[in-house]
Design a protein around this ligand. Structure first.
Ligand code: KIV
Ligand code: ZN
Length: 555
């Protein structure tokens, strides 16, 4: 032992003499040493961090979120596929609906431990125990509070009373399941000595996980990390159970705080998909997971997460909760793997590692994309043209297209593929108005009526008119237009966008069609969406007649 201490002092002196760059290595060395000497605890590898997902409990507490039982079950299955270690499925005493959801998840979802929340109260614990009764692996999570303000205003109890209740209720929970987690809310603003007493009491009563919540998101990473370390220093028995982190994001520090806790020995992170939760939310699962994964060189820790499921889970939760993911959100936001600046795009085209620290595919997304906007460079523009099927563009034409693209990008935030196609096609071909809509009439309604449309069109062969049926007025009109078209037309995509917000907003329709192996786009806007759809189709007919699309290979 003395020899080991001597070695440490020697390493420390070398670090101090040689300077800062070695300090990170020294920390890593220390971390590895810590893990080696604590390799296994109760059969669990100490270099493993458990991911405790509370999307369905704390996440659902976010303002405006109310998931129905089917949505909860679908999310729980997705969490199991993602490989989370524990799913906190709900708070059964809160309502009959909450109880039923936890019960159903416990019965159906296999893999993770299914956990139910309960206050340190007999009725709560009984309800939680009943809800998870059928789970293969079941946990009761019972919680109280630690801070003075909570004791005075919420619990209205003295510290001694809270300690006695903790002892009694952890033991009571333990009479139902072996796996009991204990939490004391607001630890970060509590007297640390009281926190140590609570941790000691909960462990003595049988808790196998003790969670140290920063309920109000008050702590900084150094403070919260120090609190976790001080728990291990002051309560040695904490080394025999799992110390868990639970952080809220009021100051935007939840992920940083959770990681600081892990650096100081916590081995469970409580988190939610997309970081949803009370007020500013909880620690984001995808961010903490990818930090530990991408910086394994630094943390040296293992996870059981299938990272390729992260994006899917994020999209599913966003869809069911109605809480959209901000575009700049790390890992799962629209822009997280998008490069727009010319210098960045150029670098990424030469070697992805220049601006990407992880591949989009690792989190289950498509490879990083080059966003076409006013900062994009010529190389990225040429690459996009090739991807769109314009493989034979000479340098002179490229320069001309690129100039126009830049002008357009000054007017629009993002230039879409359709914009680029339209720009190139319009530039390379003169479009005459050979086809013109003369008249449109359509019928649609409920009660078994089949939608129909009549179209009269000016064509190079004179005025033509026909009728057709369809599943709706747009479909019926397109069927009529297809009959009037001299070439076969297959509509590959149809997009409708409202310009404005009132009921009289313009409906802008963009369609992409395939005809004799050519791809052509058409666009039009009108306050009547059937009218704008028909005009977009007529636009396509004129473009096809002018030979547009011939420059592009179908991709
Ligand atoms: O934030 C918190 O303290 C909680 C507890 C119930 C763990 O959510
Ligand atoms: Zn919480």
């Amino acid at each position: 032992m003395l020899e080991q201490i001597g070695e440490r002092i020697l390493i420390l002196s070398i670090v101090m003499c040689v300077g800062l760059p070695i300090i990170n290595d020294f920390q890593a060395l220390f971390l590895l040493d810590f893990q080696e000497t604590n390799s296994y605890r109760n059969g669990v590898k100490m270099s493993y961090v458990k991911i405790f997902d509370t999307t369905l409990r704390d996440g659902e507490q976010a303002p405006g979120i109310a998931l129905n039982p089917n949505q909860k079950l679908e999310i729980a299955h997705a969490l199991a596929n993602l490989g989370v270690d524990i799913i906190e499925a709900g708070f059964p005493i809160a309502s009959r609906g909450d109880f039923d959801c936890v019960y159903q998840i416990a019965r159906e979802v296999k893999g993770p431990v299914i956990c139910a929340l309960a206050r340190t109260d007999k009725k709560d614990i009984e309800r939680a125990a009943e809800a998870i009764r059928t789970a293969k692996k079941a946990r009761i999570h019972t919680f109280t509070s630690a801070s003075k303000v909570h004791l005075d205003f919420i619990l209205k109890m003295s510290e001694q009373e809270v300690l006695e209740q903790t002892d009694e209720m952890v033991r009571y929970a333990k009479s139902f399941v072996d796996d009991v987690e204990f939490s004391a809310q607001d630890c970060m603003r509590a007297d640390p000595e009281f926190v140590y007493q609570l941790v000691r009491m909960a462990i003595a009563a049988g808790a196998t996980t003790v969670n140290i919540p920063d309920t109000t998101g008050y702590g900084t990473p150094i403070e919260y990390g120090a609190l976790i370390k001080s728990i291990f220093d002051n309560v040695p028995e904490a080394h025999d159970i799992t110390i868990s982190t639970h952080c809220h994001d009021d100051l935007g520090l939840a992920v940083a705080n959770s990681l600081a806790a892990v650096e100081n020995g916590a081995r469970q992170i409580e988190c939610t998909i997309n970081g949803i939760g009370e007020r500013a939310g909880n620690t984001s699962l995808e961010e903490s997971v990818m930090a530990l994964y991408t910086r394994k060189d630094y943390y040296g820790l293992e996870l059981g997460i299938n990272t390729r499921e992260l994006y899917f889970s994020s999209q599913l939760v966003a869809r069911h909760t109605g809480v959209e993911v901000p575009p700049n959100k790390a890992i799962v936001g629209d822009n997280a793997f998008a490069h727009e600046a010319g210098i960045h795009q150029d670098g990424v085209l030469k070697n992805k590692d220049t601006y990407e620290i992880m591949n989009a595919e690792i989190v289950g997304r498509e490879a990083g994309v080059l966003v076409m906007g006013k900062h994009s460079g010529r190389n990225a523009f040429r690459k996009r043209l090739t991807e769109l099927g314009y493989t034979d563009v000479d340098d002179k034409s490229l320069n001309a297209f690129f100039r126009q693209f830049k002008d357009l990008a000054d007017l629009k935030q993002r230039v879409s593929d359709d914009d680029i196609i339209s720009l190139v096609d319009t530039e390379t071909t003169k479009i005459e108005e050979l086809y013109r809509l003369e008249h449109i009439q359509f019928q649609s309604g409920t009660g078994g009526m089949t939608p129909s449309a009549l179209i009269r069109l000016k064509t190079p062969e004179g005025i033509k008119e026909t009728t057709a049926l369809g599943s709706g007025p747009v479909d019926a009109s397109f069927n009529a237009l297809k009959k009037l078209s001299p070439m076969p037309i297959e509509v590959e995509s149809y997009d409708l966008r409202a310009i404005g917000s009132g009921t009289d907003a313009l409906g802008e329709v963009s369609i992409r069609v395939k005809s004799n192996n050519q791809i052509v786009h058409g666009q039009a806007a009108s306050t009547d969406v059937v009218h704008s759809s028909v005009l977009a189709f007529v636009d396509v007919l004129n473009r096809l007649a002018a030979g547009i699309g011939k420059n592009r290979k179908a991709v």
